[in-house]
Design a protein around this ligand. Structure first.
Ligand code: I3P
Length: 344
């Protein structure tokens, strides 16, 4: 695919997630404190204005609107390009700058995990973007699958922040409703909002995150069709159906995926980066065409060094507040098991 994996990622988000916002950047409208200060009428006006923008952008740019990290849909409406754009050098992409991700890549370039992450070429002078290898460049009409790894998808610090100053996310409440109208508590229904950790934990339990340590975020097949309809894919048979569909017609390359996953596990065991970082919200990107298959670790915006005094992480033990464990290896072990069973 000549356009790079940013386009794949742009495509796979469903329209229903268009209202996604960052708690850091955009949630003030939904903060309890702020909401209290607004009259009901003002709040109603704001919501309906938002709804209109959402509709317009949805009609004009149905794919770009739903990009994973896109938290400024009106910015898209104004022509901004979202989190990714084509790199200036061939074979590269530019990803919206995130200091944590930049720091992670800087360390990863000198770590045993280097062959398992996109090459990092630095950031621009203004720190607007980081430049990364386009992982799809070497594939012809690739099939791509994004699996978010770990038993947990929020940082311990997010949890702490939410406890100290709970913020209500209306967008997350609405996303919850779209999947299960009975999921919010009566109090949440009343407030028409949920906190981010509450939503994230709920998402973990309705999918395979909490049980298997990974979940499928999106799949794109070589015929160009894509789906992100995996939020409630929870049982092993359901995961296998999705994986089978992903490799349908390419069964001969599954062995390559397995080899790569075993190599990754070995590299993780050697990695100083891995033992010293809480890896949250990071994905494994599976890419294959008719000749080759490979897997990379991507998305390090929520990968952070352990605080002083916390012992190196094992990544294969349960999380409890304070131990910073993320269950990354629990997820990898399950993925390997499922691919092994698919070969059989
Ligand atoms: C989103 C998903 C993202 C998360 C985002 C959520 O939920 O969990 O990982 O971003 O939070 O809305 P969903 O997949 O159900 O749409 P981060 O990982 O960056 O926290 P956000 O809306 O605050 O960006």
């Amino acid at each position: 695919m000549s356009t790079g994996y940013e386009n794949f990622l742009l495509e796979i988000k469903p329209a229903t997630e268009f209202g996604e916002q960052s708690s850091d950047d955009l949630s003030s409208e939904w903060d309890t404190d702020d909401a209290e200060n607004l009259s009901k009428q003002t709040l109603k006006k704001k919501v309906s204005a938002w709804g209109k923008i959402r509709t317009i952008v949805h009609q004009l740019t149905p794919f770009i609107q739903t990009y994973k990290k896109q938290r400024y849909p009106w910015v898209q409406l104004a022509g901004h390009q979202g989190n990714f754009k084509a790199g200036e050098k061939p074979g590269t992409i530019l990803k919206k700058f995130c200091a944590r991700e930049k720091e992670a890549f800087e360390i990863l370039m000198n770590d045993s995990l280097r062959p398992f992450v996109p090459k990092y070429y630095g950031s621009d002078a203004e720190d607007d973007y980081i430049e990364l290898e386009d992982l799809l460049g070497r594939f012809g009409n690739p099939c791509v699958m994004d699996c978010k790894i770990g038993v947990r998808t929020y940082l311990e610090e997010e949890l702490l922040k939410a406890k100290e100053k709970p913020k209500l996310r209306k967008d997350m409440y609405e996303k919850m409703l779209q999947i299960d109208r009975t999921a919010p508590t009566s109090e949440e229904h009343q407030m028409r909002g949920v906190t981010k950790p509450r939503y994230m934990v709920w998402r973990e339990t309705i999918s395979t995150t909490a049980s298997f340590g990974f979940r499928i975020e999106g799949v794109r097949k070589s015929d160009g069709t894509s789906s992100k309809d995996f939020k409630t894919t929870k049982s092993e048979p359901e995961v296998k159906v999705a994986f089978k569909s992903f490799i349908d017609g390419y069964e001969h390359i599954v062995k390559q995926y397995l080899e790569r996953l075993h190599e990754l596990r070995h590299a993780l065991e050697q990695s100083k980066f891995f033992s010293s970082h809480e890896v949250i919200g990071s994905s494994l990107l599976f890419v294959h065409d008719s000749k080759q298959a490979s897997v990379w670790m991507i998305d390090f915006a929520k990968t952070i060094p352990l605080p002083n005094g916390v012992p190196p992480l094992r990544h294969d033990v349960p999380w409890s507040v304070g131990n910073h464990e993320d269950g990354y290896l629990i997820g990898l072990t399950h993925l390997i098991k499922i691919f092994e069973e698919l070969i059989q």
